[in-house]
Design a protein around this ligand. Structure first.
Ligand code: CUA
Length: 164
């Protein structure tokens, strides 16, 4: 029994270090009925922002049946923090070839850290059944080379593929 416990712990440590998997931690709650009324996830803040210390944060709103922004713009090969909330029911998203894979549960902020190695366009589908429009719910992640990303603008306002 003890061996099994240690084997499971070893798997957790291995996947955390090797694959960048993140266990749910520091659970952060939010009132999902009010996320669009102001605060961190108000419309103007959705997208990619760069803080004064250079940290890149992407804020995403999931709602039936779309992600906002529809096309997420991020720089390649830089640590990126994703923060997502739902405005209604349980959603989720995954970006193939990365460690980005999370549920977005109403009432909680889903946070994960990643780094997109290669520039390119990646599909980000919703992977939790969320209603009749579920299969049409997806976003795009556009990873651009560092010198193509509007860092200067992103310190002032959240950017996305259309607003850059
Ligand atoms: Cu949102 Cu399925």
């Amino acid at each position: 029994m003890i061996a099994v416990i240690f084997a499971l712990l070893a798997i957790v440590v291995f996947t955390t270090l090797h694959w960048g998997m993140q266990l749910p931690s520091s659970v952060e709650t939010i009132d999902s009925t009010r996320v669009q009324l102001g605060g961190e996830f108000s419309e103007a803040n959705l997208g990619t922002s760069v803080s004064a210390n250079g940290a890149v944060t992407v804020r995403v709103l999931a709602e039936q049946y779309a992600f906002v922004p529809k096309c997420i713009l991020v720089p390649a090969d830089i640590p990126v923090t994703l923060r997502a909330v739902s405005a209604d029911v349980v959603h989720g998203f995954i970006v193939q070839g990365t460690n980005v894979n999370t549920m977005v549960v109403p009432g909680y902020v889903a946070t994960l850290k990643t780094r997109f190695a290669q520039p390119g366009d990646y599909r980000m589908p919703c992977h939790e059944f969320c209603g009749v429009g579920h299969q049409g719910m997806w976003a795009q992640v556009r990873v651009v080379a560092r010198d193509q990303f509007p860092f200067e603008q992103a310190t002032k306002e959240a950017v996305n593929c259309a607003r850059r």
